[in-house]
Design a protein around this ligand. Structure first.
Ligand SMILES: Cc1cc2nc3c(=O)[nH]c(=O)nc-3n(C[C@H](O)[C@H](O)[C@H](O)COP(=O)(O)O)c2cc1C
Length: 330
């Protein structure tokens, strides 16, 4: 259990924001298997202000999708204020500010992880967020821009000083992207500097690695990202592992198939059949990771109807016993 401002979450696990992934169906599937707190995909504040249709759709969430955080990215205080004004019409519990995105298109405009190179500007923007959000504000950072400029502790103190209520830290530099191992030491250092809660991110790929993150850093909660791709069971299994210390059994192939069907149905309802099925293709690949079903995966990537996808999922039941997701640990 941990709290961010007045928002209390009865689990130390968070579903991390993932652009192109953390849509409403993905969040609901993870919630059905133990996730208690989720984030939307990263939202461009500028697209929101421009009333971009795709962006507006990203904001929709049913009542069972709570508590829910929304994450925005921008480096412009006026745009941030206007975006916050729009967000005040939505029932988000927390508003997170992205200072972590490593993508060239984002950092080249000074946004996302680009702000780690401008600590004073980032602090000013966080103050704007805190003053105008009307809700608890958090910030997501990386350990620094590159190995030569690891400044997470300084940025974290600035965030706390600006009134931010919780800090998310991905323990890699922007230069690392998603490669290499997470730096537990820098997360532990940041945790020691702060009084606000610290949510750690990086290599949260299995219950064992999540436990390691808690042990090595003393963090208040862990954000699960790639570990939940095709593997919503990570929430249920990690809670059990943290309580009992024994590796929980992996889901049976029939449970995986039933979950895939539910996920597909949610996507089709949310996006319509064509777009929903296309979005499900990559999830099919993630769900069957570790299974000897390469032929089904290849067909799934060509499939464009719900019936065809359901037929392929149905064929999974004929696969001989296997150990799914064996290579999740790094
Ligand atoms: C496909 C993908 C999209 C992501 N999008 C976002 C995002 O929109 N906002 C964000 O703060 N982090 C984003 N992340 C970073 C994750 O939230 C997380 O910090 C990172 O993957 C490290 O955790 P992991 O090693 O356990 O995956 C993304 C990661 C992935 C793999």
């Amino acid at each position: 259990m941990f709290s961010i401002g007045h928002v209390t979450v009865d689990s130390p696990l968070v579903l991390a924001p993932m652009a192109g992934i953390s849509d409403q169906p993905f969040r609901l599937i993870n919630r059905s298997l133990g996730c208690r707190f989720a984030f939307t995909e990263m939202i461009s504040a500028r697209s929101l202000v421009c009333n971009n249709k795709t962006t507006i759709k990203m904001l929709s969430s049913p009542a069972e999708d709570r508590p829910l955080g929304v994450q925005i990215v921008s480096a412009d205080s006026e745009i941030i204020k206007r975006a916050l004004d729009i967000l005040s019409n939505y029932p988000f519990d927390i508003i997170d500010f992205n200072a972590a995105c490593p993508v060239n298109k984002v950092v080249s405009t000074g946004e996302g992880a680009g702000l780690l190179r401008e600590p004073a500007k980032l602090q000013k923007l966080m103050r704007v967020m805190v003053d105008h959000a009307g809700k608890p504000v958090t910030v997501k950072i990386r350990s620094g821009w590159d190995e030569a400029s690891v400044n997470a502790a300084d940025i974290a103190l600035r965030a706390q000083d600006a009134g931010v209520k919780g800090l998310f830290i991905h323990g890699r530099t922007r230069a690392q992207g998603y490669s290499g191992r997470v730096d537990y030491a820098i997360i532990g250092k940041v945790k020691k500097c702060l009084t606000i809660p610290v949510v750690a991110s990086g290599d949260a790929l299995s219950p064992q690695l999540i436990r390691k993150m808690f042990d090595e850093t003393g963090c208040d909660a862990v954000a699960v990202a790639r570990g939940a791709l095709g593997n919503p069971w990570i929430f249920r299994e990690t809670i059990e592992y943290l309580e009992k210390g024994l590796p929980p059994p992996r889901p049976h192939v029939h449970e995986i198939a039933e979950t895939m069907k539910r996920h597909l149905a949610l996507l089709v309802r949310f996006l319509g059949e064509t777009t929903g099925v296309i979005r499900f293709r990559k999830f099919f690949g993630w769900y069957v990771k570790g299974m000897a079903v390469k032929h089904l995966k290849v067909m799934a990537f060509r499939s464009d109807t719900q019936d065809e996808m359901l037929r392929l999922i149905g064929e999974m039941g004929t696969v001989p016993s296997y150990c799914p997701h064996v290579d999740r640990d790094v």
